[in-house]
Ligand binder design. Sequence first.
Ligand code: EPS
Length: 366
Amino acid sequence: MSSNSFGKLFTVTTFGESHGPAIGCVVDGCPPGLPISEEEFRSDLDRRATGKSRHTSQRREADEVEILSGVYEGKTTGTPIALLIRNTDQRSKDYGDIVNTFRPGHADYSYWQKYGIRDPRGGGRSSARETTMRVAAAVIAKKWLAARYGVRVRGYLAQLGDIAASTFDWAAVEQNPFFWPDAAQVPVLEKTMDALRKSGDSVGARVNVVADGVPPGWGEPIYGKLDGDLASALMSINAVKGVEIGDGFAAVTQHGSEHRDEMSMDGFASNHAGGILGGISTGQAVTASIVLKPTSSILIPGHSVNLAGEPAEVVTKGRHDPCVGIRATPIAEAMMALVLMDHALRHRAQCGDVGQITPRIPAERQ
Ligand code: EPS
């Protein structure tokens, strides 16, 4: 009903607000026996965190995970895994001015109309702070998927405003604060972001996410299609306004002769479908792309209204990201991993006995 949980067999429930005492999640349905420690959350939480470069929000959270349950002697027990992260760097006075007004482009107005009450501090529940727990939950999913199936989920920033990546190199992605796949362009991004920050404005972005090693068979027609669940999960990320699977909207101008991915036992000739046909994985890389809108919290005054419906001018204070897309790569990876984990378990539950009845086509031409 209230939709703070998702997944059918690998279920994640998140809780907490940006300026509350803590945020957390409960991960239920994880298979027993997976080794996991608090230190293993560090890397992905740091990749997502604020304050890691001058190009993102300067809020500085330690993001230390406490495992409260579901792990015994370093291994998952099959019982609910509760994870907690305490908030330590809230600055709630920044939000005093918006207690009675709605920031344009924000969830303030829609939350208020729905619930009749909201926690305005740091955006409360609508804050991107909540995505921390998705990334934490996905550390478990990524580890299990890699150990059990060799699945690897990776993402990168493909476009920032009107700058698109010119060349592509996975090795470059983790070497700069943007998750950008072309090292030579990083100085251009830095200059662009410095100018943007000075102007007080924000910009949109595109993030691509790819899962290699997904075997054929994951996803459930009709209403649990892998692409349907991925679209829903990716769209649930704050500020996401568009999701594409495979070639996505580029398919509008393609012909069938171009779009279909021809097959031979040497491998698939292309991957326009994004590794999913009929809602079920084909064994090719699962590919998705998301568009994040420009951050609504900007320093440029904007027109709005107050609770009484009177005109009001709003200037957002706080420590905001001039481009939320810069920190979105680990979040997109997390949502992809969580959906894949859920579908891996669902496939195993219903079709685990089918086995491999026909030779598998290699993901790419050999
Ligand atoms: C956010 C506003 C900022 C960001 C926050 C997301 O909050 P504050 O004004 O309290 O600094 O820092 O991001 C995080 C804290 C995080 O961990 O991602 C928003 O409005 O979504």
